[in-house]
Design a protein around this ligand. Structure first.
Ligand code: SME
Length: 137
C-alpha cells in the first residue's frame, strides 16, 4: 500500500511526476547533505544518468546552493563559471534548497534542454514542493 513506500520511492515519484507533466523539466533529481560532511550526495532522480553523485559544497550550481541557502536560477548554463555539466543537451538549470527546522539539508535540481525556461512561478512552485518534501523526510 501507499504507506509502505519508502522516502526514496516517494521522492522518485515526485521526480517522475514533475518530469512527466512539465515539458521543460528534462532532468529532475535530489541532492542531500552527506551527514556532517560538506558534500552533497545524489538521491532519487529521473533523466539521463549523471557521473556527479558526490558534489563538494561550493562546487557547481548545486554546491553553491548548499552554502547560499538561496534558489539559483541559471537561464544559460554556458554563461556560468562554477557550473558542473552533466549533459551537453542541458541549456538551463534551477536549484531550490530544502530546509528542515531551518537547516539546508538538500535540494531539488532541475535541468532543462530549453533555453531560459524558468520563471518566478517555477521558483514559487518548487519552494512549495520542497516545503512538502521537508515534511516527509
Ligand atoms: N549542473 C549541476 C550538477 C548536477 S547535474 O545538473 C545533475 C551543478 O552545476 O551543480
Amino acid at each position: 500500500s501507499n504507506s509502505t513506500k519508502t522516502v526514496d520511492e516517494r521522492l522518485l515519484a515526485v521526480c517522475d511526476l514533475l518530469k512527466t507533466n512539465i515539458k521543460y523539466y528534462n532532468w529532475v533529481g535530489f541532492y542531500f547533505r552527506n551527514g556532517q560532511k560538506e558534500e552533497l550526495l545524489l538521491g532519487p532522480y529521473v533523466g539521463e544518468p549523471t557521473d556527479h553523485t558526490v558534489i563538494p559544497f561550493g562546487k557547481g550550481i548545486c554546491g553553491q546552493v548548499a552554502v547560499s541557502d538561496q534558489n539559483f536560477v541559471v537561464p544559460d548554463v554556458s554563461a556560468q563559471d562554477n557550473y558542473i555539466a552533466c549533459s551537453i543537451t542541458v541549456k538551463a538549470e534551477i536549484v531550490v534548497p530544502i530546509f528542515v527546522k531551518g537547516e539546508n539539508i538538500g535540494q531539488i535540481d532541475i535541468d532543462s534542454n530549453t533555453p531560459d525556461p524558468f520563471t518566478e512561478a517555477d521558483e514559487r512552485f518548487l519552494e512549495f514542493v520542497c516545503q512538502k518534501i521537508s515534511e516527509i523526510l
